[in-house]
Write a protein that binds this ligand. Structure first.
Ligand code: FE2
Length: 249
């Protein structure tokens, strides 16, 4: 059985306040994704980020990176399938990965706290197009959700985040309790830690390449931390901090 390897939680903007995407940095990140043997990455950029729409339209509509556009709205760049997504800050402060077609993503209210789990799920259901909702780093301080019934109703998978692997047992216990899949995500904001925790899709026997629809409808996904995940996430944190100090001396 073929395994497809994704990083299901990738940012391509360093900061929410960035006015424009840094296309050189985006290109670097995609090159490293290919180097790290990822088949696909999900761009779960913060939907409230100033440059969210510019980034997504640049990637998927204007094809700023000169990739190979697929008929379903995704694009292959540097040999890596790039899939649209968003990270939303919900009313209860938890963060959720929304995976859907670009038109659906751009139709969402981009303000932080605009949705509860149920209102977001209901809206996507009503729209009638495939989607996947992933609870991001749900045991991160301040981002938790104790409403297990709501999670069970609305969520497709629990993320095992590269940046919180010391608490991996909590994520696995929750996924097991709710009988949900897991995904792996780096939550990277630069090329450094992309792929630090991966999502594995055990595909059917058709051996057809991954598509947006296949990803959105995938079941039984699992996670796999990179053996260097701790080092990579620590380096990424230092890199981001250094960038902050450069911007705000
Ligand atoms: Fe994130």
């Amino acid at each position: 059985m073929k395994r497809t390897i994704l990083d299901a939680h990738v940012h391509l903007l360093m900061w929410k306040q960035q006015a424009e995407p840094d296309w050189n940095s985006v290109s670097q990140t995609l090159k490293v994704a290919n180097f790290n043997e990822l088949d696909a990455i999900c761009i779960t950029e913060h939907i409230e980020a100033d440059a969210y729409e510019k980034l997504m339209r640049g990637l998927f509509c204007s094809n700023r990176l000169g990739g190979s556009t697929q008929g379903d709205g995704s694009v292959i760049c540097n040999g890596v399938l790039v899939l649209p997504g968003a990270e939303l800050h919900l009313a209860n402060n938890m963060n959720i990965g929304v995976h859907a077609d670009l038109e659906t993503l751009l139709s969402l209210d981009r303000r932080a706290s605009a949705y509860t789990l149920d209102t977001l799920h209901g809206l996507l259901e009503k729209r009638g197009r495939p989607f996947k909702l992933v609870a991001h780093h749900i045991f991160w301080p301040g981002k938790t959700c104790s409403d297990l019934e709501a999670l069970k109703r609305c969520i497709n998978a629990i993320e095992v985040p590269a940046k919180d692997l010391t608490n991996i047992h909590k994520y696995l216990t929750l996924a097991s309790t709710l009988n949900l899949d897991t995904t792996g995500g780096s939550d990277s904001h630069s090329f450094i830690s992309i792929g630090a925790c991966k999502t594995l899709i055990n595909e059917d026997n058709t051996h057809s390449p991954l598509t947006l629809k296949k990803w959105l409808q995938s079941h039984h996904t699992t996670h796999e931390p990179d053996r260097d995940s701790l080092r990579l996430t620590a380096l990424a944190r230092i890199h981001r901090q250094t960038d902050t100090e450069r911007r705000e001396p």
